[in-house]
Design a protein around this ligand. Sequence first.
Ligand code: PDD
Length: 293
Amino acid sequence: MSRIAYVNGQYVPLREAAVHIEDRGYQFADGVYEVFAVLGGKLIGEQGHLDRLGHSLNELHMAWPMGRPAMMVAVKETVRRNHVLNGMVYLQITRGVAPRLHAFPTDAESTLIINAKKLTPPNKETLSEGVEVITIPDIRWQRRDIKSISLLPNVLGNQQAKEAGAYEAWQIDDEGMITEGTLANAWIVTEDGELITRNIGMDILNGITRLTILEAAEAAGIKVTQRAYSKDEALAAREAFLSSSTSHVKAVTRIDGQSIGNGHAGELTLSILDHYMDYIESHGGPRKTDIWK
Ligand code: PDD
């Protein structure tokens, strides 16, 4: 069965889906995106993704291509046409097609594309298997709160991780503090048992999975501290994990070749994974989604 993509109001076979070579996304990475998880046929964190998309558009002075309800109809129709029960939806909005001049065009219409893909549903065994991460300097721009399609540092960092036989690269800012991964947020449990993830601001992307975990942890009475933590704290951590819409809650058992804890998924990580799964089952994602930086 051939996959179907949505391109500016049309549903087209994926292999024919295309945009103009003068699309500003193609020439300037002048656009934003969202990745939604689909689990059991349902979109996870719909409101959160829409609110974060609104933040990204707003910060880049871009208009919504259409109203939110109409856009969600297109998202759900793309999921339906691709028979995605478990997987992901990729949505991208660019400033549109215009002759290549840096400043905003005055009359371009934004480009909206939506694509949906099946993925194996998350299961506790694979998520708790444990992956390795490396650390790299964070060379990204200063507005990481915006989900921009300009991802070159993330691409290079993730490639470096792959070449090192690792799953992900955790990025380190100029103060020696971990910001986040190239495609996921980063969490540790310190030697003293403190569960930490970086506080939001312009240094990280506030993940929808991150928000879901924070709410699920709170509901379960698990304390989470949102603060910067150093690479040394991470290397000495008792547990570590990463979070994203495609990786969910994934145990990290090695950082820069060093075993974390006993080298297996930690107790708190496994409990967070359970609470996260239960929370999306009962609430469909985070409920509080109004702060993005
Ligand atoms: N990445 N940080 C970065 C840099 C990310 O790219 C992502 C998501 C996250 C986690 O956000 P969320 O929980 O909303 O997925 C954090 C997506 C999945 C991607 O680029 O494919």
